[in-house]
Ligand binder design. Structure first.
Ligand SMILES: C[S@@+](CC[C@H](N)C(=O)[O-])C[C@H]1O[C@@H](n2cnc3c(N)ncnc32)[C@H](O)[C@@H]1O
Length: 292
């Protein structure tokens, strides 16, 4: 039941991922523990293989230089979750799990010095193409969010729009890295699939309205090939898990935003749909700051 905006629908069930799954030899779904090395290998393979499909399907919604937080269409231009408009001009900003980096280009257009980081060379290839289209050139870094190749106390703001956090085994590892590279008092804002979505089938229609999985089951969702090697991994956490990981790594929670489905917004993104969005949240956005 993979539920990221990009990979919604299990491999076996969602025809949109047929090409990617064929390329990776995906054969079945499992629920099991996956460590950091296997997760990194699977995510690298998945996002490289899926990057063209992802941008074909979602590129127009994401824009070339726009900061979209979630399928509900919350945009930083209006929401200002990173701080008041004058926060960004001249600020050092890190985006984690940037994909093709539309958010980082929007940040650059606001006058920020933006660094956009992603594991996938396939995604960063799309970022380069968009740089040529827009003339906006945030620094691009290919790395795992669990080990940021960046100096301590370098950034005023860090952000992530559905990037990396659901694909790593330890939130604490990533949050500790973010705390390390942020300056004291720095802002860390990220969006993820709302944890309550894990309990429902990964379906935008009526089938997706009946709870079938325990909210409290943290066993990772894994797609794997015939040899049992993971080809896609997603980690399930509760809201409390996020809060505890934040407070134990030096962050103060300022707000938890649960965007409501906007009136007149008809676009379906994977399992995110008007039908489900009107009944329960699909996205959680955590606004935090480094405590010291
Ligand atoms: C759902 S996409 C979101 C991309 C982009 N933020 C957007 O809104 O389109 C998730 C992104 O996280 C990246 N990612 C997955 N695991 C990662 C990791 N361990 N470290 C860094 N990036 C990772 C993927 O390569 C992918 O680009």
């Amino acid at each position: 039941m993979s539920e990221t905006p990009s990979a919604a629908g299990s491999a076996a069930r969602d025809p949109r991922y047929a090409d990617t799954e064929r390329a990776l030899g995906t054969a079945r779904v499992a629920y099991r523990t996956v460590g950091s090395t296997e997760a990194e290998r699977a995510s690298l393979a998945w996002w490289d293989a899926d990057s063209d499909t992802y941008l074909d399907e979602h590129g127009d919604f994401l824009g070339d230089a726009d900061f979209v937080w979630c399928p509900e269409g919350v945009r930083e231009q209006q929401a200002r979750l990173l701080g008041p408009p004058d926060t960004l001009a001249g600020a050092d900003v890190l985006e984690i799990g940037c994909g093709s980096a539309p958010c980082a280009r929007w940040l650059a257009a606001q006058g920020a010095t933006a660094v956009a980081l992603d594991l996938s060379a396939g995604m960063l290839r799309h970022a380069r193409a968009a740089e040529r289209r827009t003339g906006l050139t945030p620094a691009l870094v290919q790395a795992n969010a669990e080990a940021l190749p960046l100096r301590d106390d370098t950034f005023d703001v860090a952000c992530s729009s559905f990037g990396a956090l659901m694909f790593v085994p330890s939130l604490e590892t990533v949050f500790s890295e973010v705390a390390r590279v942020l300056r004291p008092g720095g802002t860390w804002v990220f969006s993820v699939t709302h944890p309550m979505r894990w309990i429902f089938p990964d379906d935008p229609g009526p089938t997706g309205l009946t709870a079938v999985e325990p909210y409290f089951d943290r066993t990772p969702y894994v797609e794997q090939d015939e040899t049992g090697t993971a080809t896609y991994v997603e980690y399930h956490r509760t809201l409390g898990d996020y809060v505890r990981a934040l407070t134990s790594t030096g962050f103060r929670l300022l707000d938890l935003v649960e965007p409501e489905w906007p009136e007149g917004h008809t676009r379906v993104w994977g399992q995110w749909s008007p039908l489900r969005g009107k009944l329960f949240p699909g996205t959680a956005i955590f606004r935090t700051e480094r405590t010291s």
